[in-house]
Write a new protein. Sequence first.
Length: 409
Amino acid sequence: MLRKILEITWLHIKTTYQDRSALIFGVLMPIVFTLVIGVGIQGFAPDDEETQTWRIDVINQDEGQLGGALLDSLAINPILEVLQTDAGTAAQRLEAGESAATLILPPDMSASLLSRRNLALEFRLNAEDPLSGQVVEQALLAAIDELSSSLDIAEVSTRVADQLGLFATSGPSHTQFFSESFAAAQNEWRAGAPITVEAQKETRRQDTSVKIPLGFEQSSPGIAVMFAMFFVLAGAGSILQEREQGTLRRLLVTPIRKSGILAGKLFGVFITAVIQFSILVLAGQLFFGVDWGQSPAALALMILAFTFSITALGMFAASLVRTYAQIDAISTILILPLSGLGGAMWPIEIVPDFMQRIALWVPTGWAMRGFHDIITRGLGLQDVLLEAGVLVAFGLVFLTLGIWRFKYE
């Protein structure tokens, strides 16, 4: 019986690709749509070349060198724009919202730090935009910690040098050695933090990523998902066409069960869908530079799970109508809403929250979620098991209902 099923499968694949319309509507049109839509939505991409900066006005009244050292630490921070000014100008800019914060360094700052006395810096936030002020405050605290640590290092170094008798000889003075130790510590801080952090990819993540897939990263999987459904429903409709033409009735008199005939047809539809989707993946990578991830196993699993679910959906749709013309008519009515709700036409991240929740109730939503885990977020096999499992569950439900309702005559 398996041999008969495979023969029916091969016959469906052969007849499908002998028809030129299969290549036009299944391959060429999706590539054109991928190009047009990808170029169109690329215009919404933000300009990532410029890093956002926050302006801080500094009034440096310090009579020593540590005020300048603190300013140097702030100036090398890429998120800050440090401007030295006077009190009047700083107040005007802060009130006008032109700066995020104002920092006032007192005249005794260096003396207080060197004598280890408590020091209070005056820091004024922009009342209209407190969040920006908080960002600058955190950057300031980091610079102060760096300055304090450098002073600690210089003190310890000077104390050790004194214990070793370095200053009793013709070596450098206490002041000179302290200054050189402080400068060396500052240079080490700016060369790179002494602590390194090892990052490990998480095995499962929630949809909290703020990165919105745009351009071909969105259009390549989205158009592939949408046209795969058109391709599959057309294949499922061919079963109805054979029933109308009497071909299916003739197959019923052959020594093979009805379930075997249907299995051969559905397996043929499934294989052609896998082939079509794989071609569109390759086209996206070759023509549009889409990075389909670093895990071929994850990509293969998602393709197989999605094509299984829509093959079963095609079977269910074929069981609800009586003629090929009817399934041809409802294909557009069924596919376009599923594509829109699932995020195949546009990034699901830009639609309202209630629509994002609806996407979790349709197979296209889970398919796009899985493909973007691979493309946009660079995740692997373990990370798409949930999406693939949900798609298989959708497929099993559709397949059960379709086989139960399908009539061979």
